[in-house]
Unconditional design. Structure first.
Length: 405
């Protein structure tokens, strides 16, 4: 008879996995996946606006004309044709850029992860906006960073407060989404961008400038990137993405930065995934050569503007008296604050029972959260669906209970 010895327990998971939670937005999307739910929680582009014909034509062309290259390994830095096209688009927006200034990434989220690997040691201090993009908080948390929020207002970071924090906290970098920020939709004004660039230069600070939404402008004039002020390009890592303007399933992003930083990120990328999928890169380059992406983005922005306006028109009836909200000039998100003592986290299960969902604001804060806040995505639904969703939201918020007045 064989004696089976008792098995020893496996070594535990890494501490960073045990201490850093998953994305609350992803958790909410899983709960609200039922088709009858009108979901204002996601940051999902409207799928009916994807240029499926143009993208399919681009893939077909590269697979017909260069299959041996499209299906082969590629360089870590990215396909030359795509890097050249990206450099031209960035230069056209006012920031001189060469192809060698670009690293193609598997979505801009990977760019953020690579920068974190290249720049952050455990215990380093990272400055962020308050509230801040959730996945950035996750990335910095996984790296073992100490995360400190920079004071600001409805327009974004306060440069004087930033200066004071740098002196006191000696941070490694500042992370910001200055245009149509996630979650608030706010845009940092040009004078503050110039001031932030000047503070970073004077104090010796890296800036990670994340710009996934900047091309989706509805109102007003474009504001230059922080990287375009003075010599800021030598200390700014600029992240961009095709996810919001072409299609997120392509998983194509890019990182523009100084040479030494790009080299470090390329080494980190080699360890992560070797390179971004070749066929996706070549198809994107072909799309940019054959199609007018700017015209497509203009059509998308026009639809999103209509949907933003539909949400703004219905908020007064949906939210409790005393609520306040902003009017974003572009992007995908609107930020609202309910009066005290509303707690949007506690209210969410009740609201979901009315077949509508939002994202509570609390998880976006690096410091003490404002529990009366919430984020609404206005781009995925039609104006009619938005109107119905706001009606359901109002009914859910008025449902009574201990978590509302």
């Amino acid at each position: 008879m064989t004696v089976i010895e008792s098995l020893s327990p496996l070594p535990p998971l890494a501490g960073r996995v045990r201490t850093i939670g998953g994305s609350p937005v992803r958790d909410i999307l899983a709960v609200t996946a039922r088709p009858e739910v009108i979901n204002f929680a996601g940051g999902l582009p409207a799928p009916e606006l994807f240029d499926t014909v143009g993208i399919a034509d681009a893939f077909r062309a590269v697979l017909d004309e260069m299959p041996e290259r499209a299906l082969q390994y590629a360089t870590t830095e990215g396909e030359p044709a795509l890097r050249t096209a990206l450099a031209g688009r960035i230069a056209d927006r006012g920031l001189p850029t060469a192809p060698d200034d670009i690293l193609v990434t598997t979505g801009s989220q990977q760019g953020l992860s690579l920068l974190t690997t290249a720049l952050i040691e455990p215990g380093d201090t990272v400055l962020v906006e308050n509230p801040c993009y959730l996945a950035a908080l996750q990335a910095f948390g996984f790296a073992g960073a100490r995360i400190v929020a920079v004071p600001g207002d409805e327009h974004g970071i306060d440069p004087d407060a930033l200066d004071d924090l740098i002196v006191r906290e000696r941070p490694k970098l500042l992370y910001t989404v200055p245009t149509f920020q996630n979650p608030t939709g706010r845009t940092l004004p040009a004078d503050r961008r110039a001031a932030v660039a000047a503070v970073a230069a004077r104090r010796g600070l890296w800036i990670v400038e994340d710009d996934p939404y900047g091309e989706l402008r509805f109102d007003g004039a474009p504001v230059p990137w922080i990287a375009s002020y003075g010599d800021a390009a030598e200390r700014v890592a600029l992240l961009g993405s095709f996810s919001k303007v072409m299609a997120p399933g392509l998983r194509l992003g890019w990182l523009r930065g100084p040479a030494a930083l790009l080299r470090a990120c390329a080494v980190a990328k080699q360890a992560a995934d070797l390179h971004t999928p070749t066929v996706n890169q070549l198809a994107a380059a072909r799309y940019l050569a054959d199609r007018d992406l700017d015209t497509h983005v203009g059509r998308v922005a026009a639809v999103y503007r209509e949907r933003r306006d539909a949400m703004l028109a219905g908020l007064a009836d949906a939210l409790p008296p005393g609520s306040v909200w902003n009017r974003p000039e572009g992007g995908m998100f609107l930020w609202a604050r309910l009066p005290e003592p509303y707690d949007t986290t506690a209210l969410l299960p009740r609201v979901v029972r009315h077949d509508v969902a939002y994202v509570p604001g609390a998880p976006f804060f690096a410091g003490p959260p404002d529990r009366a806040t919430l984020r609404l995505c206005f781009v995925t639904q039609t104006p009619e669906e938005i109107g119905e969703g706001l009606r359901r939201l109002g009914a859910g918020l008025r449902g009574g209970g201990t978590d509302a007045p």
